[in-house]
Each structure stands twice: as C-alpha cells, then as structure tokens.
Design a protein around this ligand. Structure first.
Ligand code: GTP
Ligand code: MG
Length: 258
C-alpha cells in the first residue's frame, strides 16, 4: 500500500499531464480525492476521462460532465466503441501546451484510476493499437509501463489506485474489481446491482430479463429474475445464488445499461 502510494506520487511528479480515468457508472466512487489533491498541489494539468461511456445514457453523461467540468476538463470515452479518443488526444495536447517548457519534447501523460476502470484500454484507444495489456480481471497492469502513442505523446500506464478493503465487497462487485468467483456474498452484490438499476434505469432491467417490476424490493426483483431464468431448486424455490451469479456476470459484462 505504502509503496503503491509512492508509485502514484512519483507518476504525478514526473508527468506533464495527468489523466484521472473514472467509470461512467460510478463517477463519484471512482474519483480519488487524495490523487486529485496531489495533482493540484503540484500544479499539474489534469483531465478527467469518463470511460465506459457506452454503458450510460448520454443524458447522464452530460450531467456528470457539467458537474465535474468545474474541477478539470472532462472527456467521455468509450474504449470499447473507440469514441472520444481523438478528442482526448486533442485535450492532452491542449493541456500540455499550457505547461511551459516542454516544447519539442515528449509529453509524459500519467494515467491514474481505480482498478478495472479501463486505464490501459483508454491508452490503447488513443494509441490506436493494442499496446497496453488489458484484462477483465482487475490488478492486471503491474508496475509502471510506458506506451508511445505517437505525436510526442508518451503514456505512463499504472496499476489501479488504492484497492478497496474487504469491507467494500459490494463496490468491488459493482466496479468489476472482483468477479463472481471471488465474491463471498453474491446475493448481496446482486441486490446492490439491482438497486442501482431500479434507481437509474428500471425499464432496462425489466426488458433485459423480460420481467415487470411494480413496487417490488430488490430482493423480490431477484426472485422474479430467477423464476424467469428458470433457476429453481428441487422444491421449486428460486436458486438465489445462481440467479445472483447471472446478474453479476451480466452487469460486469456490460449488458445492463443505465
Ligand atoms: N463496456 C466497456 N468496457 C470497457 C471499456 N474500457 C475497458 N473496458 C473493459 O474493462 C475491463 C478492464 O479494462 P483495463 O483496460 O484492463 O482496465 P485497467 O484500469 O487498466 O485495469 P488494471 O490494470 O487491472 O487496474 C476490460 O474487461 C475491458 O474490456 C469501455 O469503454 N466500455
Ligand atoms: Mg491496466
């Protein structure tokens, strides 16, 4: 942990421009105030990159952007759809231009963010090639790696900032930091996903599982999904763990949009 913090501080010190990559579904949970404070303290230009924007409606993205634009320039990216990456390249050049004294040299772009938010994928999106290694399993990028993106942009890829402790299993499940096989309370995590869907896009949840939710709780909705998927036990009751596993996988594979 301590060495991790030192690594992040070192990247912030060395970089000319910093990217804080966040998950569009959890903009607040995936921002890191300690990292932002350190960037501001060293007076470095930074860009907030809202990644996985393919998973969230345009309206919600615009709201998040309006809110976060007060802090730093904000760019939406979908590394999956390769959208926003040209805009990000331009913003990097614009932010670097503000910083005096790096004319003609490489622009070092430090890429920071929580595990699994898509830091390496964003780098590949801007580079236009699969230069940085990515994986659905978090904790993939080990140590600091340099990736040349051309036009003088040199990315520094880093491992995910600040792993959550065990207590935050729900958040780890929601953010895809742990997959279903590593989650102990699968039903609990699935209920959190359902709660999030009920609050943000109930219609998408209903249509994805072909169910109708009236005033039901998240638990009732899990039961409905189990019935609809025919995940039943011998006596006919819903197999909650199996249903929860399905919901977690669908969510983590980006099939449930908000
Ligand atoms: N739907 C969607 N999935 C994405 C996007 N960007 C990345 N992913 C997926 O998110 C997962 C993590 O991507 P990585 O680029 O490895 O994430 P990272 O932040 O570098 O992860 P660590 O190095 O483990 O900290 C992979 O399964 C990617 O396919 C995106 O824009 N949209
Ligand atoms: Mg990575």
């Amino acid at each position: 942990m301590a060495s991790y913090k030192a690594l992040v501080k070192d990247v912030i010190k060395k970089a000319d421009v910093l990217l804080e990559v966040i998950d569009s579904r959890f903009p607040d949970e995936t921002r890191n105030s300690e990292v932002e404070r350190e960037i501001i303290r060293l007076n470095k230009p930074f860009i907030i990159v809202i990644n996985k924007s393919d998973l969230v409606s345009r309206e919600k993205l615009e709201k998040t952007k309006a809110r976060l634009s007060r802090i730093a320039p904000v760019i939406f990216v979908s590394s999956k759809d390769r959208s926003g990456t040209t805009m990000l390249r331009h913003q990097i050049l614009a932010s670097a231009a503000i910083k005096a004294g790096i004319k003609g040299q490489d622009i070092l772009v430090g890429t920071l963010g929580y595990p699994n938010v898509g830091k390496s994928s964003v780098i590949n999106g801007v580079t236009g090639r699969h230069r940085a290694s990515t994986s659905p399993v978090s904790g993939h990028t080990k140590g600091v790696q340099h990736v040349d993106a051309g036009s003088r942009i040199m990315f520094i890829d880093t491992p995910g900032v600040i792993p959550f402790d065990e207590k935050d299993e729900y958040l780890q499940g929601l953010l895809g930091i742990k997959d279903e096989t590593h989650l102990k309370d699968k039903v609990g995590v699935a209920l959190k996903i359902i709660e999030k869907m009920l609050a943000e896009n109930k219609v998408a949840l209903e249509s994805f599982y072909s169910i109708k939710i009236e005033d039901e709780t998240s638990y009732d909705a899990l039961e409905l999904i189990g019935k609809q998927c025919n995940f039943l036990q011998k006596k006919g009751e819903v197999d909650e763990t199996r249903t929860a596993t399905r919901v977690i996988n669908d969510w983590q594979n980006g099939l449930l949009l908000i």
